[in-house]
Design a protein around this ligand. Sequence first.
Ligand SMILES: [Zn+2]
Length: 99
Amino acid sequence: MIALLLSCPSLSINIAGNVGVSENMQYNRNHYVDIVCDHCGKLYVMHVNKDDLNDFFRNEKMCIEAMPYLEPGERELLLSKTCGDCFDKLFGTGEDNET
Ligand SMILES: [Zn+2]
């Protein structure tokens, strides 16, 4: 659908009227969450959709399902209160563990 929009700019107006709205609704990031990393104490602010966040908190969806637009590091913060930097320090890159 995105490819179609890109390759057919003349069609994008009609398509955006139908499909674009629902996509925007889905990714309507209308809520800020601030989470402090448990390890380094740094404050991170994430821009999410409040309904998506509620779905996740109610365990109705997995984090990646509820908020696929988040960076992996942001999801990790939500899941374990560990930021990307600390995650790398705690668990390493994995490159040395391939024995
Ligand atoms: Zn951290």
